[in-house]
Design a protein around this ligand. Sequence first.
Ligand code: GDP
Ligand code: ZN
Length: 359
Amino acid sequence: MAHADLVALGWTADRDSEFAAIAEADVVPGRVSLEHNHVYRVLTGEGERLAETAGRIKYLASGRNELPAVGDWVAVRLDQQGGRSVIRAILPRRSVFSRRAAGRETIEQVLAANVDTVLIVFGLDKPVNTRAIERYLIVARRSGAAPVIVLNKADLAEDVGESVAEATVVAGDVPVHAVSTRGAPGVSRLVPFLALGRTVALLGPSGAGKSSIVNVLVEREALPTGEVREWDARGRHTSVHRQIVVREAGGLIIDTPGLRELQLWDAGESFGDTFSDIASLGDACRFRDCRHDREPGCAVKAAVDAGTLDAGRYESYLKLQREQAAFEKNRDERAAIESKRKARLGSKAIKAFQKQRGR
Ligand code: GDP
Ligand code: ZN
């Protein structure tokens, strides 16, 4: 099974038994490289194919998050007549990158799966936005992939060292790299993350230079950038998609263009990891479950007053904490509605059954 082509796509030996367990005839492993309107581009040992999802997967999925996503390993039945192939199963995800989908409802949107390293990219054409770094770090940490902060457009920075220092304060133990696609320091310092079969995802506000970085790393114009991307040569609005770009020299890159907002999806433990300084200050609060908001005897607020904890960071903590609390409340409400719906379906089925027996 450990076909050289599959290894280049990120296949590892531990996937062999997972794939064998699917036990379906005529399926081969493939990696989802793009999704558009429920049609998937899948990279296989036999080349690239277009595929659809088997009805069974759609039927069993309790939400969008259980449908194939870019980066997923799948078992796909190839169509030999040149038609659409069929994704029969999704292999377990090693890491999942989610956000709360835009809109009012609480829906998990998987941005990418099976990512090893997340490059969080910001542009130094703007001041370092430590608040945004905190938000992206929570999402990246939660995914299970290793985060790295990339400060691009170093050529435009007044003082690169100063910017790196500012970012490092909130990054903690996460590495920070300054790069430029237009000169020194180049993006070559990101190449070590692109060993054979390793998957890197780029995340960050649009305009930070993510697509430009990908193009330099893969040494070709794989992705449209800047204005070219928004409007094509004829002035039509072009759409962009998350997709995997395979790097010939090794590694795979997933670009996530066009993210206007990154709302938290179940921050969980990554919240405390990102604000570990506040967490440890909190050990000295009067109440064990202190939320460091309006509680008396709060050591975190005391640190802000004493000037040992940055007030901006504290505000950011409260804001993200409220967002997470709202998320949890919303999720619990949805779960309650869903279980009521299921119960109603159940009692309907029982009544129908009794009626049938009564006949
Ligand atoms: P994305 O939205 O994050 O994918 O950003 P793009 O790759 O489309 O880049 C946005 C704009 O920034 C484009 O006009 C790029 O040419 C420009 N750009 C990208 N990298 C650099 C850089 O290192 N230095 C400078 N000065 N401009 C850059
Ligand atoms: Zn407190």
